[in-house]
Design a protein. Structure first.
Length: 645
């Protein structure tokens, strides 16, 4: 492209539109400022180290026609700072890059070009604060990264493209208010956020934070004094931030009733470069203080640090010095996901930590929960492993609770949450027949109590990688102490009026029979009662199918195998569909009720109020819904279909 190069100049007109801040105070220490038509720069920008703020005003009409917007070279000819247009996540995007001396690859931030809208100009701010890098568009924070090292010293003049109207550069970190002032202050900020991100969806089933590349990661529910808190790992880029270290932080929302939610400040944020990621943990209340126990994945690969941030109100947390790192016989590197409980007999606090044995007796089977104990939550003594479950990976995101005289230990292997049960607080631990809460895509579920002697679980449903939407479950306790799951009643998506209840009888003892229910809304809630005849093989429904039951996704119940799952219609019967199935589903050979939510690409099944399965289904533009039976006789009755609001 043709580049227009402007000379250094200092124009107060650049910030003349700023009424919410003292323009002189903003520009007094600016390295330089340019506007179109002034002399071209001949010197390299005088910025280096760990602090910089760059403000660029772009002319919208020229943005789609250009590639490079602004940038300069650093040591060794590498691009030190770059603002340009290109593809990101399959969309035409505005991208910013910043290179440091810590890695060969620059960090990249992005926002979809379409989100800028049709205004004649836009203000872009790139702010670098050593441990954090922010990208603002018109005062809205659109992306973040978490660097290491220092900015490459500039070794060439700034090159500015034809779409750029104004530039200002500081070798310091502007405050939030100063950065907002460059875009006109807080006036109209909510409207700009609404334009870029769309409306803020209420927190609930299948919720994720508003933004371009944000996800819910590991969930850490907590309940205290009538309020249910959801702490979760705030994820950008599906664990790819900070050169794939993750750069996760603890975000926080809470509710008294599962309906009305309050958003809180980041509970535990990255504040130092050495913090590669704030890992999963748990919240614990004792003697008037809230403790957020977590581990820090270190940027330099050194052993993870076990830490606790403290709070007087459960909202504003203060970090404290590390409590401990794991030592032999544990491998110190993977130590993470601490959970706390107190043994009321000994009055000892126990901390369970995900890790593995440094020298396991069986190769590859040393994943375990390390155990540390304390009398004051400050000084911790390492003990023998709490459990070595024998799986080929580490038992992640542990959870521990007591309920009606039973003690439960939860941990996840390959993302699937499993539980053990005992009559004693420290075991021995029994494995029930069904030791999982949901299907494999409800990742690393953890639980917390709730009002009315209830218990809720929270997990995340992956969306193209690590992180996605939050999934809530109500945990139910059977008479024998075993656990099941159902949908929390308050969190079932609201739906419109039901279609007229229908009954369909299918008889296919030697083949396949199907019945069409016609086209249905793309997003819907379905309830039905099923009465299978003896020895039925397969039955279920085909959703989002075309005529003659072509394509779509099949929900199949298999009574003989006690299995329910969602699958492609042409999948071989020998394919177990492990990622989209649940097993040991008892009662499928007897009358039972099932409910199904289909929302976007999410399908969520609840069987007889005690087993659940959530997964993603394939894309389809068809809207046909069919019932089917294969080598089975079955009656579907009281079929109700409601469009989701």
């Amino acid at each position: 492209m043709t580049m227009t190069i402007f000379r250094f100049g200092f124009s107060m007109l650049f910030l003349a539109h700023v009424a919410a801040a003292d323009t002189a105070s903003l520009t007094r220490d600016a390295v330089a400022e340019w506007r179109a038509g002034e002399a071209a720069p001949t010197k390299a920008p005088a910025v280096a180290g760990k602090a910089m703020t760059l403000c660029v005003r772009l002319r919208t009409s020229d943005i789609p026609q250009v590639d490079e917007l602004l940038g300069w070279k650093g040591r060794g000819g590498r691009a030190a700072v770059r603002l340009y247009c290109g593809q990101s996540a399959g969309k035409q995007s505005l991208l910013a890059e910043l290179a440091t001396d810590a890695r060969d690859r620059a960090l990249q931030l992005a926002m979809p070009r379409e989100a800028l809208g049709a205004e004649t100009s836009h203000v872009i701010v790139l702010r670098y604060a050593g441990h954090k890098l922010d990208l603002f568009a018109d005062g809205v924070l659109v992306d973040e990264e978490w660097p290491l090292g220092a900015l490459l010293p500039a070794e060439g003049p700034m090159k500015i493209g034809t779409a750029v109207e104004h530039v200002a550069l500081w070798n310091r970190v502007l405050s939030d208010d100063e950065a907002l002032a460059l875009s006109g202050g807080r006036t109209g900020l909510s409207a700009r956020e609404l334009h870029m991100f769309g409306p803020q969806r209420p927190v609930g089933q299948y919720w994720r934070p508003r933004g371009f590349n944000v996800n819910v990661g590991d969930c850490m529910p907590f309940f205290h004094e009538g309020r249910f808190h959801l702490f979760y790992l705030f994820d950008r880029r599906h664990h790819q931030s900070k050169w794939r270290l993750g750069a996760h932080q603890w975000a926080h929302v809470s509710t008294p009733d599962l309906v009305h939610w309050e958003h809180h400040p980041m509970a535990v944020a990255i504040t130092q470069e050495m913090e590669g990621s704030i890992c999963t943990g748990s919240t614990f209340f004792h003697d008037g203080t809230y403790y957020a126990f977590y581990a820090v994945r270190m940027s330099d690969g050194s052993p993870a640090q076990l830490c606790a941030a403290t709070s007087a109100d459960g909202v504003h947390f203060t970090k404290n010095p590390p409590l401990a790192t794991l030592k032999e016989p544990y491998a110190p590197g993977p130590g993470r996901d601490p959970v706390l409980f107190r043994d009321e007999t000994t009055k000892l606090f126990h901390m369970l930590v995900t890790t593995e044995l440094a020298n396991p007796p069986l190769a590859g089977r040393g994943g375990c929960l390390a155990q540390l104990v304390s009398r004051d939550l400050k000084q911790w003594e390492q003990r023998e492993p709490f459990i070595v479950p024998g799986y080929p990976d580490q038992p992640e995101c542990p959870d521990y609770f007591e309920w009606h005289g039973w003690y439960y230990l939860v941990f996840s292997n390959h993302g699937v949450a499993r539980y053990r049960m005992s009559r004693q607080p420290l075991g021995p631990w029994l494995r029930p027949k069904v030791d999982v809460f949901d299907g494999p895509q409800a990742r690393v579920m953890k639980t917390a109590a709730f009002t009315g002697d209830r218990r809720l679980g929270a997990a995340f449903l992956p969306a193209g990688g690590y992180g996605g939407e939050v999934v809530f479950r109500e945990i139910i306790q059977h008479a024998d102490g075993t656990l099941g799951t159902k949908w929390p009643a308050e969190m079932i998506p609201t739906a419109g009026p039901s279609s007229a209840a229908r009954t369909v009888k299918l008889s296919a003892p030697q083949g396949l029979e199907a019945a069409s229910l016609g086209n249905v809304p793309r997003d819907f809630l379905l309830r039905a009662r099923v009465r299978p005849a003896a020895n039925a093989s397969y039955f279920g429904l085909r959703l989002r199918a075309a005529d003659k039951m072509r394509g779509g996704t099949e929900l199949r119940f298999e009574p003989r195998r006690e299995k329910a799952g969602l699958r492609g219609p042409d999948v071989s019967s020998s394919d177990e569909s492990e990622q989209t199935s649940i097993y040991d589903v008892t009662g499928l050979d007897q009358p039972f009720v099932f409910e199904l939510i289909v929302k976007g690409d999410i399908a969520d099944l609840c069987v007889d109020g005690h087993r659940t399965l959530v997964t993603r289904i394939g894309a389809s533009h068809d809207a046909g819904l069919f019932l089917f039976a294969q080598n089975a006789e079955v009656v579907f009755e009281a079929i109700e279909i409601r469009p989701l609001n």
